[in-house]
Design a protein. Structure first.
Length: 522
């Protein structure tokens, strides 16, 4: 995970960082209210050796004073000194409690001792420091006066600078405490966010979905919208339409790279339910039709069909009737929008997996591939049931869909494993319910919602091929190319596809030929 991934994680989960900062500031505010105000006063003591007669004696006594200062540090909290201070100031605390409020510093190679005393009031701090200085000086001098050496008897401890009441408290101020609270909250929030993302097993980005699918090409993402149909067809969200067009382009190029040819049929699968398969099928169908292709949408989920709810197309027969031999394609196909036909699922059969894995389904796929430029088939989820696995063995191309913050890495890996066991390789992954793209030229430069035609389609290479309808005889031969004309990755084949599709796209704004859908004209 690089820096850009971490920044995207922080942007997506910013509320965790904000919550941690607020908690940190609240904790700092409580600490400001409850903290005791402390004042600190200092008294300076000097270890002197009077009666110096010559330079040698001065050097010797100075060295002795420095050595004695080191030993005095061990006695600064001695009980006799603390008891004397308690008696003089009439304090109601133990020697140990008093010792916790007094500190003594000794600079290196120095004969100076500096004592600091803490108290809740400035005057009390000054009195405590001065009384401690006098008590310790007398205690240390008394120790030296009992020694037998003449040199040692000359050492005395004197207070050279008395303590004065401090003007400001020594305890941390409000600004410092709040600043520390802010920094601690920010640090905790960032760490919690990044750690939570590392432990999170859900798929949140298109790149993470692609990685979980074993490096399957990343086709793109579909942003989260309230109504897919309105966002695509009503022009309410031009940026959403541009993302779908970008997805259409990626599907064309990635499928040609993966399979060597541009497939005539695509199966849209997901690992579990509620991952946006049906919405992805509708979005792609609208984008392909916008580029001038005849599109057939098939609801292949014979257990819990969803396309009927999105398109509003409901028939009693549907795909089930075709596969059981009770109806023909022309009997159940419904013209939904311009250049888009729909085959509903029909009634739920007793054994959907067996029906979808039969030779009747294979014949159905081959029939519709010959009549439409592109066939998009919805399916059941891969992990719970095996319906989609049998369908994937028949259909030319497979697109794996995952839902942001809903699909888990385990689900994706399980779905890809099932496809690989059936020797099926997806051409790419699509992330649905993705956070809207924010910032940059992509979000600012969008198509005019009131303009007609798909101006971006001239840069695309949609799925071509013979549709077998009456328009094929009246249009230029360059408007259609047979399946596999994309070649096997050669540049010449792709150039031919681009030139011939442009002729098709130039006619995308013309009225459809009379006679109904391609299926009904046969």
């Amino acid at each position: 995970m690089d820096i850009s991934d971490n920044l995207r994680t922080l942007r997506e989960r910013w509320h965790i960082v904000v919550a941690a900062v607020i908690v940190g500031l609240l904790g700092a505010g409580v600490a400001c209210v409850l903290r005791p105000v402390t004042y600190t006063a200092s008294v300076t003591m000097y270890i002197a050796a009077p009666g110096i007669q010559d330079s040698n004696s001065a050097a010797s006594n100075g060295q002795l004073a420095q050595e004695r200062a080191k030993s005095y540090i061990e006695l600064v909290h001695s009980t006799p000194v603390m008891e004397q201070v308690i008696r003089q100031l009439d304090l109601n605390e133990s020697p140990d409690d008093l010792a916790s409020r007094i500190r003594v510093d000794h600079p290196l190679e120095s004969t100076v001792l500096e004592a600091q005393a803490d108290a809740p009031e400035p005057e009390a701090a000054a009195r405590l420091a001065n009384e401690y200085g006098q008590a310790f000086a007398g205690f240390a001098t008394g120790l030296d006066s009992n020694r037998g050496s003449a040199d040692e008897q000359n050492l005395t401890v004197r207070v050279v600078q008395s303590a004065v009441p401090p003007a400001a408290p020594s305890s941390p101020g409000v600004a410092m405490i709040l600043g520390l609270g802010l920094l601690m909250g920010l640090a905790v929030g960032v760490c919690a966010t990044l750690l939570g993302n590392r432990l999170d097993r859900s798929v949140r980005t298109a790149s993470r979905l692609s990685t979980a699918a074993g490096g399957t090409p990343e086709l793109g993402s579909i942003p989260k919208v309230d109504n897919v149909d309105a966002a695509l067809l009503a022009g309410a969200d031009p940026s959403f339409s541009e993302e779908v067009r970008r997805l259409r382009t990626s599907v064309c190029h990635s499928s040609a790279t993966t399979y060597g040819v541009v497939p005539r049929s695509l199966l849209v699968v997901s690992s579990v339910e509620r991952e946006g398969r049906s919405s992805t099928v509708v979005a792609l169908a609208t984008a392909f039709a916008e580029a001038g292709n005849e599109v057939l949408v098939v609801d292949g989920d014979l257990r819990r069909p969803r396309l009927g709810e999105i398109t509003g197309v409901r028939r009693t027969g549907g795909l089930t009737a075709i596969l059981t031999g009770h109806a023909a394609l022309s009997d159940v196909v419904v013209s939904w929008r311009e250049r888009i036909d729909v085959v509903p699922s029909g009634p739920v059969p007793e054994h959907p997996a067996a029906l979808l894995g039969s030779s009747h389904f294979r014949d159905f796929v081959r029939e519709v591939e010959g009549r439409y430029d592109i066939v998009l088939i919805d399916s059941s989820p891969l992990v719970p049931v095996m319906d989609a696995v049998g369908m994937a063995e028949v259909i030319a191309g497979v697109v794996l869909v995952g839902c942001a913050s809903h699909t888990t890495l385990t689900d994706v890996r399980s779905a890809v494993s099932l496809l690989h066991r059936a020797r099926v390789r997806p051409c790419g992954t699509v992330l649905t319910m993705a956070p809207p793209y924010d910032g940059g030229a992509r979000s600012r430069y969008v198509a005019d919602p009131v303009s007609t035609g798909d101006q971006s389609a001239t840069r695309l290479r949609p799925v071509p091929g013979p549709r077998g309808d009456s328009r094929a005889d009246t249009e230029s031969p360059t408007a259609r190319i047979p399946v596999g004309a994309a070649g096997h990755g050669g540049h010449e084949g792709e150039a031919q596809v681009g030139d011939k599709i442009r002729d098709n796209l130039d006619r995308s704004g013309s009225a459809p030929a009379e006679g109904g859908s391609p299926a009904q004209r046969h």
